[in-house]
Ligand binder design. Structure first.
Ligand code: ADP
Length: 457
């Protein structure tokens, strides 16, 4: 029972409804047929009994007595499947006909229908010219039984056929009803997976049932969401654009002023301004890129790249920067791995991973980078022995502006960042139809692993 309950609970609403409708219709048909059979049988029986009484009563009027001899028209002796026999007062058969297997039965209980073996019997006593006689009508009810049993067998055959038929019809009806719901589910899943808010359910407009109304409401909701996302993107993009020129001017002017000033205090102030302006410039260019993230293919400028060579150049450059901080960087790059991608973006993603591995490493730490491939995919892996990321923070590092320790990032120049690096890396890898994941353990280090498909155009 529990198993059936669990199985039923795991069924889809579609299947539950099919079972419910089929069983309901089946029960309804079963009850109707049983009722029909019982009513039919009763009706048949009472009809036969009535005809029997009527025939005997009619025949009673037709009996004649001539010269002590009983006469009854031969045609009415067997009428309506009813045999008529006449007995004298002592119960001896004197005229008429009885069915072949009718027993010798001399108990004459008049004016009531009796059941003897498979016969209905009706006796009537009349007196003609001072002579009393019994008129007996006999009819076989085997016929009624036969009609009943054939009806019963027809029902037994008909019921499973009807059950199968109702299940098929219920399934077709439910499938048709649920088709739009499945379509809504499919589109919703597509939107969730592809993050593409331009998708619409688009059910027929001329249907006004609840499901279609729901789909139209969803469509208008997606429409307003898409509009507000576009607005937000446009705003970020416009602001970043507007900030780009003034920050470039600040950086240029600061550098010029730094060259021309000898006063130590002014120099320090200018250096702080320059450092912050550079950070601002980094944020604006990263934001500008991310604001375009929704339109991957419009932004990407793809070409055939020797990925192995590109990674080697970056790794060698970063090796020197790492060495300045007493960090050893080693790499193992399988030669001649090529990809079809946006060279500038891919470079920026790999650089970001390296610079994080250096930035968040410890004194005398280690970094290891590897690049391999199989028939279909390219595998990149960069591990460090740095400060690590807690389990709580790990899923959040891909969110825009998320920095594990805000105060640490603000107060230590060593850790300065924008919180936009990893979201950008993720977007770039995904824009090339790849994937990136991170594993980390606090104070032990982190591993960033990415895959890229070999054919991503
Ligand atoms: P940021 O510009 O702050 O480095 P990122 O998006 O690149 O921004 O990284 C987000 C946060 O993830 C960082 O603030 C840092 O705390 C953490 N993080 C990234 N890479 C590493 C790493 N290799 N080791 C430890 N923490 C890391």
């Amino acid at each position: 029972m529990l198993f059936v309950k669990a199985r039923y609970a795991s069924l889809s609403i579609k299947n539950k409804l099919t079972i419910f409708i089929s069983i309901s219709i089946f029960i309804l048909i079963f009850i109707s047929l049983t009722f029909l059979i019982i009513a039919g049988k009763g009706h048949n029986e009472s009809e036969i009994k009535n005809t029997l009484i009527q025939t005997v009563e009619n025949n009673a009027h037709k009996i004649l007595l001539k010269n002590n001899q009983i006469f009854l028209d031969k045609e009415v002796i067997f009428l309506n499947n009813i045999y008529t026999a006449i007995y004298n007062e002592k119960g001896n058969f004197i005229y008429g006909e009885t069915p072949k297997n009718f027993p010798l039965y001399q108990d004459f209980k008049t004016n009531t229908v009796k059941k003897i073996n498979q016969f209905y019997v009706y006796d009537k006593k009349i007196t003609i010219k001072n002579t009393s006689i019994f008129i007996r009508g006999i009819v076989s009810y085997a016929r009624t039984k036969k009609t009943f049993s054939s009806l019963f067998y027809i029902t037994i055959i008909l019921l499973p056929i009807l059950a199968i038929l109702t299940t098929i019809l219920a399934k077709i009806f439910i499938n048709n009803t649920f088709h739009p719901i499945e379509h809504i589910l499919h589109v919703a899943q597509q939107i969730q997976n592809s993050k593409d808010l331009t998708l619409r359910i688009n059910l027929q407009k001329n249907n006004n049932d609840e499901i279609h109304a729901l789909a139209h409401t969803f469509d208008s909701m997606f429409e307003s969401l898409e509009k507000s996302f576009i607005k937000e993107k446009q705003f970020t993009s416009d602001v970043s654009h507007e900030l780009k020129t003034p920050t470039s001017v600040i950086i240029a002017q600061c550098e010029l002023a730094l060259e021309n000033t000898k006063d130590q205090e002014t120099k320090e102030a200018l250096q702080t301004i320059l450092w912050n302006a550079k950070k601002m410039s980094q944020i604006t260019s990263q934001l500008l890129l991310l604001s375009k993230a929704e339109h991957f293919n419009e932004v990407l400028e793809k070409e055939e790249i020797n990925f192995s060579e590109l990674c080697e150049i970056i790794a060698e450059q970063q090796q020197e920067i790492a060495l300045e901080k007493n960090i050893t960087l080693q790499f193992n790059i399988e030669p001649n791995i090529t990809i079809f991608g946006d060279s500038a973006l891919i470079t920026s993603a790999i650089l970001n991973l390296f610079s994080n591995a250096i930035k968040y490493n410890k004194k005398n730490g280690k970094i290891f980078f590897s690049l391999t491939q199989n028939k279909t995919e390219i595998f990149g892996r960069i591990s460090d022995t740095g400060i690590g990321i807690s389990e709580h923070d790990l899923p959040k590092i891909w969110e825009r502006f998320y920095q594990v320790d805000q105060s640490r990032a603000r107060n230590h120049q060593q850790y300065h960042g924008t919180g936009l690096g990893l979201p950008l890396v993720k977007w770039i890898i995904q824009a090339h139809k790849g994937n990136i994941t991170a594993q980390s353990s606090i104070n032990k280090g982190s591993i960033f692993s990415f895959t890229l498909p070999k054919k991503n155009n």
